[in-house]
Design a binder for this molecule. Structure first.
Ligand code: TYD
Length: 206
């Protein structure tokens, strides 16, 4: 089972992922957690190029290709082998982030980004995608309050960009109804954690 956690900045998805990971482990599920961009040493190196605040000249198509390259390496070295070994893979962002950020918000087109990602992933889609939906105004406010989290190049985009990211995710949730589940991430953190865990466990026990 390949499960991805998606959402705009400040949706809390990474913390929820950690919570779900710990709970599933406690219950003796075979589970790993990983993240994009990154997840393997080579992919983390690509991540550093993408998120470097000084790389303001990074071309949007080059950016999209770097995300796809990082994703390919992550699949080959970590995700595919883990799935083959019977692990539940919890992944913080994946393909849908490229579709929403590069395809939607950057305006490169969802179909174009899907094309390069089909090449990169051999059409590996998640079994389940949880979308942590939140108004970017609230999400960005949360990030500003959370001084521990580093600010990256994409956080510095304007509110309008983040609104487009959110709209794109909601559109993707319509297109890919069968694998998407939307959680209202503006609710208190504990509630969001419990709702997510319950949903995932129900699917695992089906
Ligand atoms: P990260 O620090 O992991 O942020 P977050 O906690 O929000 O996940 O940075 C990842 C950034 O990269 C985030 O702004 C979203 C962006 N991104 C894309 O634009 N396209 C992609 O394909 C992926 C995986 C991430």
């Amino acid at each position: 089972m390949f499960i991805t956690f998606e959402g705009p900045e400040g949706s809390g998805k990474s913390s929820v992922l950690n919570y779900v990971y710990e709970k599933l482990k406690e219950k003796n599920y075979k589970v790993i957690k990983t993240r994009e961009p990154g997840g393997t040493p080579i992919s983390e190196q690509i991540r550093n190029i993408i998120l470097d605040k000084s790389n303001t000249a990074l071309d949007p198509k080059a950016e999209a290709l770097l995300y796809a390259a990082s994703r390919r390496q992550h699949l080959v070295e970590k995700i595919w082998p883990s799935l083959k070994d019977g692990y539940i893979v919890l992944c913080d962002r994946y393909l849908d982030s490229s579709l929403a950020y590069q395809g939607g918000a950057r305006g490169l087109g969802i179909d174009e980004i899907l094309n390069i990602n089909n090449f990169a992933t051999d059409k590996t889609f998640p079994d389940l995608t949880i979308l942590f939906d939140i108004d970017p105004k609230l999400g960005l406010k949360r990030i500003a309050q959370n001084s521990k989290r580093e600010v990256n190049r994409l956080d510095l985009e304007k509110l309008e960009f983040h609104n487009k990211v959110r709209e794109s995710f909601l559109k993707l949730a319509e297109i890919y109804k069968d694998r998407y589940h939307i959680i209202d991430a503006s609710k208190p953190f504990d509630t969001v954690c419990k709702e997510t865990l319950t949903y995932i466990e129900n699917i695992l026990n089906k």
